[in-house]
Ligand binder design. Structure first.
Ligand code: GCO
Length: 456
């Protein structure tokens, strides 16, 4: 996307069905400031405090200071004419030790957020878990410990008992693949393990915890409960049988494991081939809880990966190979067709008529900052505008072809803490100066505001 001069979005509200929602998404650890308001330590605090885990030795202790600046941030959502906001609740903020005593200050904070959104006419979408497991529970084995399903059910009861009545929708988990595989097999996120047995247990326990949380929310009479999966298009590097089989293994672990469990009460054969020996005893008996019916499905989509077989490596014996398409600042290929594919495929194969929301889509870009320029031109991010155009066209195509897509959330409102990559990767519609914490809407924010304000 070089030399791109896009400054406008190609669509208006009228291009999407009546009631289609446009929103932005964030997560607690990435924006709030984990050191404020009596929050307990999470495994992201301890992971980030370990040399080599996070670029620049950065962490989320201050992040965007959203904990204190949320009102200004919500004004930016309202002023952009967005309909909806997706945020997450930090377990360690609400229950500092993971179980037991509640930090009222933390719970009050989320209560303020919900009321602050409603006061501005913004629909609140809350996700219970976006990765900051209380460190006290990590000490007990975290996602490897089967008790985590009960711990998470108790946390769900506390949070949703307080804010559930005013939410537009609630989700249990953000991206189970990242919680389990990326963090316990690939070792890139907290707790940074590279262990197949730990990964297999996390892959199962996160689903069990999901099912238990859905049950708790039913008990609280919530009627818009879902889960957010991240899907990544898995393309064989060539047409050889070995590459095709490797891409299928990747797809089974990444895209099918969680959907198949929630919607079909099973795990894909290609993934069980490596994981079954490491699953907890009696795993197949848990599907009735795991498959507790949900009301909607969230899909996070960013990119595709090209996959080759790697016969030298242990199971799943595959590797990623760099692709030829233009890339974002994450070095992720830009591939809107993948989003089209998943929206249609998920509905046909798994979720049927249930509403689907694109709960995250967006890019890290190389922005040009000139704070002396006119307001709309202070932060130029033409590549983001082009990315949004491409992906919204894919969403529209999927809707035209029958996929029940009801909303689209951009990742993210603000530049923020991009996990192991620190503050260097900027995903926001709004630029954040991490010295002064000043917010400056980017050109994409202005373009979105114009698109959402117009009905033509
Ligand atoms: C994600 C995450 C975000 C990331 C984003 C970009 O759910 O993967 O929700 O936390 O910041 O995806 O990598």
């Amino acid at each position: 996307m070089s030399a791109n001069t896009n400054t406008v979005l190609d669509f208006t509200r009228a291009d999407f069905p009546e009631g289609f929602e446009f929103g932005v998404a964030t997560s607690a650890y990435q924006i709030e400031g984990a050191s404020f308001g009596g929050a307990g330590l999470s495994h992201w605090d301890t992971f980030a405090a370990t040399p080599g885990n996070v670029a620049g030795a950065e962490n989320g202790s201050v992040a965007c200071d959203h904990y204190h600046r949320w009102a200004e941030d919500f004004d930016l959502i309202r002023d952009c004419r967005l309909d909806s906001y997706r945020f997450s609740t930090s377990w360690a903020r609400v229950i500092p030790d993971g179980v037991g005593a509640v930090n009222q200050e933390g719970l009050d904070f989320y209560d303020r957020l919900v009321d602050g959104l409603l006061a501005r006419g913004i629909k609140p979408y809350a996700c219970l878990y976006h990765w900051e497991l209380p460190a006290a529970l990590a000490d007990l084995g975290g996602w490897r410990n089967p008790s985590i399903a009960d711990w998470f059910a108790d946390f769900t009861e506390v949070v949703m008992g307080r804010i559930g009545d005013r939410l537009q929708a609630a989700a249990t988990f953000n991206e189970p693949w990242c919680i389990a595989w990326l963090s316990h097999f690939l070792g890139q996120h907290a707790p940074g393990l590279r262990d197949i047995r730990a990964a297999a247990r996390a892959m199962h326990h996160v689903l069990l915890a999901h099912g238990r949380a859905v049950q708790v929310m039913r008990g609280l009479k919530l009627n818009s409960v879902g889960v957010v999966m991240n899907l990544e298009y898995s393309a064989p590097v060539d047409e050889t049988e070995a590459a095709i089989a490797a891409a299928r293994r990747n797809e089974a672990i990444y895209n099918r494991w969680f959907l198949e469990a929630v919607f079909k009460k099973s795990y894909p054969e290609e993934a069980l081939a490596g994981l079954e020996p490491h699953l907890p005893t009696g795993w197949a008996d848990d599907f009735d809880i795991i498959a507790e019916p949900v009301d909607w499905l969230g899909i996070n989509y960013y990119t595709r990966k090209r996959i080759a077989a790697d016969p030298e490596a242990a199971w799943p014996s595959l590797k990623e190979v760099e692709g030829p398409l233009p890339k974002t600042a994450m070095d992720w290929e830009i591939y809107p067709d993948g989003l089209y594919h998943f929206l249609s495929w998920a509905a046909k194969t798994y979720s049927g008529e249930l509403p689907i929301y694109v709960t995250e889509n967006g890019m890290a870009s190389y922005d040009r900052v000139d704070l002396t320029a006119d307001a709309a031109e202070r932060v130029a991010d033409p590549d983001r505008i082009a990315y949004l155009n491409g992906h919204l066209a894919a969403v529209k195509r999927a809707i035209d072809d029958g996929a029940p897509v009801k909303g689209y959330f951009i990742w993210s409102l603000l530049d923020n803490f991009e996990w192991a990559l620190g503050y260097d990767k900027r995903f926001g519609l709004v630029h954040v100066d991490f010295e002064s914490l000043a917010r400056t809407p980017k050109q994409s924010w202005h373009a979105l505001k114009a698109a959402l304000s117009s009905n033509d």
